[in-house]
Design a protein around this ligand. Structure first.
Ligand SMILES: [Zn+2]
Ligand SMILES: [Zn+2]
Length: 320
């Protein structure tokens, strides 16, 4: 890969058999493109992006390759400095910093800032936000605002939208489906929870079926039909059960810790219903989740022992 790269002209893409041949060729380009032209192109990209471009951006958006700048100025950072700009790393704004700034500019009643607000009072340019998130509205969404209704979307509204879409689709939505069909897009879920799966769990769904293990694909890729609804208070109750059981499988002599379990099975310890959900309602839509999720019906188990507990319940309620 590097060999291939070294022997391809960064400017015109021509290939050469030897480094010498490429070097000779490069200098012919160098003579044709002046330093002034190269630096003017940096200026143009800075205007387009609203900040210093990265080397990758020069390759993708610029008229010349970053390699040309490196040859001429020693490094991409030095080329930037020569053009009068700060090196990219110091200047690069993280997504989190942008989102924090959007939240800072929101009014007290939760109305998000307009692009004009960001322009006049913001620490960063609107262009940076647009460039990073696709549009100003998408940046607002990523910060957890609803650009149409102009207020901060509550966690409850976001979770309710998962339920609504699940009903509409007849299955647990993927992040892509939320993006395509959801009212708020997928972005606020990723900033509010640790990821799509965490959001789905927070909405009260739990993966069922084969436990994810090392031979399994990453459990993130578990098909959505393997999720089922465990009720609105599931996430909260599940957390309480884990804490009560000190994050330890309750099977006698079991030695899985939460950390080891996470590492091996790519998900934490399970929380099992001693009496199954089916004991709390005739069909899935009528389950009494409040009762099913009571702490005395929940127990922390590991992926290895979960099936034992499944077999034992609900016949041996006193197994603990
Ligand atoms: Zn179970
Ligand atoms: Zn165990």
């Amino acid at each position: 890969m590097t060999g291939e790269r070294e022997l391809t002209c960064d400017v015109c893409g021509k290939s050469f058999d030897t480094k010498d041949a490429l070097g000779g060729h490069n200098s012919s380009h160098s003579r044709r493109i002046s330093d002034t032209q190269l630096l003017a192109e940096v200026d143009r990209l800075v205007n387009e992006l609203g900040r210093s471009p990265t080397a990758t951006e020069m390759n993708e958006l610029g008229a010349y390759s970053a390699g040309t700048y490196k040859n001429r100025f020693g490094s991409w950072a030095e080329a930037l400095q020569e053009a009068g700009y700060e090196p990219v790393k110091q200047h690069r704004v993280s997504e989190d910093a942008l989102l924090d700034e959007i939240r800072r500019l929101a009014t007290e009643d939760g109305t998000p800032p307009t692009a004009a607000d960001m322009r006049s009072e913001g620490e960063f340019t609107v262009t940076i936000a647009q460039n990073r998130f696709g549009s100003w509205n998408e940046a607002l969404e990523a910060a957890g605002y609803d650009p149409n209704h102009r207020h901060r979307i509550s966690d409850a509204e976001l979770l309710e939208e998962i339920h609504r879409l699940a009903d509409e689709l007849g299955k647990i939505p993927t992040a892509q489906e939320m993006k395509d069909h959801g009212e708020f897009s997928h972005r606020p879920y990723f900033t509010r929870w640790e990821g799509w799966q965490a959001a789905i769990r927070a909405a009260g769904y739990e993966p069922v079926g084969r436990p994810a293990g090392p031979d399994h694909h990453n459990w993130k890729e578990q098909p959505v039909h393997e999720w089922r609804e465990y009720g609105d208070n599931w996430n909260e109750q599940r957390q309480k059960a884990l804490e009560r059981d000190n994050y330890t499988c309750q099977t006698p002599d079991c030695e899985w810790t939460q950390e080891a379990h996470l590492e091996t099975f790519t998900r934490g310890l399970h929380v099992h219903h001693i009496r199954p959900l089916s004991a709390f309602g005739d069909d899935e839509s009528e389950v009494d989740f409040e009762r099913a999720n009571r702490l005395d019906n929940l127990v922390t188990v590991c992926a290895e022992h979960h099936h034992l507990w499944e077999r034992a319940s609900p016949l041996r309620l006193d197994i603990r």
